[in-house]
Design a protein around this ligand. Sequence first.
Ligand code: CA
Length: 230
Amino acid sequence: MLVLLVEDETKLASVIKKGLENEGFTVDAVYDGAAAYERASCAEYDVIILDLMLPQMDGLTVCRKLREEGNKVPILILTAKDEVTDKVIGLNAGADDYLTKPFSFDELIARLRALLRRGRDLKPENLVVADLMLDTSTHEAVRGGKRIQLSGTEYRILEYLMRHPNQVVTRGVIEEHVWGYDFVPNSNLVDVYIRYLRRKIDEGFERRLLETVRGEGYRLSAGPGGRVSE
Ligand code: CA
């Protein structure tokens, strides 16, 4: 799960980031509204945690602009303001939830999980590409009746590929989605994990689903007339 954290108090941002990472989230942190807007427009986040009082562009404007563009990413507003009117303004600007500082970390996690569940309700629980099925609640894959256990990173890569079937997905997109912007460039982690995945989902099967598109990236291909969920 990829989280965009927007908080200009860098100490607080780093505490939240660490806490979320301990809970298994991938976190990109930015410290002003303009950077938040830019990131959110070009990358696919599962949820955004958005402070309101921010340099360069305030949180409400970020929220409003994203919604105007049809961006439906769940947004949790996090702010020191506790006036009811601010909550109403925030929710009217298209935010999904609202948490007032100081807050308990447990409450933040609970609200994030609730938002993510709500988002997931709109997406199918089982992703299907050709004869490969991925259960997004148990994180288990099944192909040809064979149950396949995946590590957390393998799951995140496979889930992304299965949500974008038959499309070329670049290494950069995978890095960004699975590791966030902390990814060390020029490392071959993506290739390593793609190899692990191939071994698990393709080895022993006649048709290879996970294709390398030379010089571009990877594609999970359903094949001619192949079945795809969604
Ligand atoms: Ca602030």
